[in-house]
Design a protein around this ligand. Structure first.
Ligand SMILES: Cc1ncc(COP(=O)(O)O)c(C=O)c1O
Length: 170
């Protein structure tokens, strides 16, 4: 799952409690919890990872985009020691037999390391906090935005209004 923000599926928000609940359910039924933090990682929800809002650690985590700041295509799959150790072995029964063509590309890894260095040394999480406070303040103060009628909720049985523009008929 994408924690906190299902970005690719329509920007659907979930609460940190939902993430905590998912962790509890996975623990109860012995299921691995996988977080896709491709879109949410590296400060995009205000913390380093969206999972940090709930203090939850997944068993597997997928990273990309922010890993290189977009300068080069690169992705990483992280796993806990427990998952990692389950696939260590010299036999096909134990070893995780996989071989992506571009696995461990040295140039992409170097770019990722440099991007992470800049992210840390230039305090991007601090910059994001300042920007988000400013954005929140200005949006709350924006008179035109405040005058806008609230977006209706569709909990009632009434059909949602058409979002099509009112075009002239010919
Ligand atoms: C949530 C999410 N997961 C995975 C991907 C795939 O990322 P990549 O192609 O960099 O591996 C994307 C790409 O947009 C994404 O938004």
């Amino acid at each position: 799952m994408e924690p906190l923000l299902q970005a690719a599926g329509g920007l659907n928000m979930t609460s940190p409690a939902y993430i905590t609940g998912a962790r509890a359910l996975c623990d109860e039924f012995g299921v691995l919890l996988i977080f896709d933090e491709v879109a949410t990682g590296f400060g995009r929800t205000g913390k380093l990872f969206a999972a940090d809002h709930a203090g939850v650690t997944p068993d597997i985590m997928v990273l990309s985009k922010g890993l290189t700041g977009g300068y080069l295509g690169h992705a990483a799959t992280l796993a806990t020691d427990r998952v990692h150790n389950a696939f260590i072995g010299d036999t096909p029964q134990h070893a995780f037999m996989h071989g992506p063509t571009f696995m461990g590309n040295p140039l992409a890894c170097r770019v990722a390391l440099e991007s992470l260095r800049v992210f840390e040394e230039e305090n991007y999480l601090g910059k994001i906090a300042t920007l988000s406070q400013q954005l929140q303040r200005e949006l709350l103060e924006d008179q035109a935005l405040n005058a806008h009628p609230p977006w209706p909720t569709y909990a009632s049985s009434a059909p949602p209004p058409s979002l099509k523009p009112n075009l002239p008929r010919h």
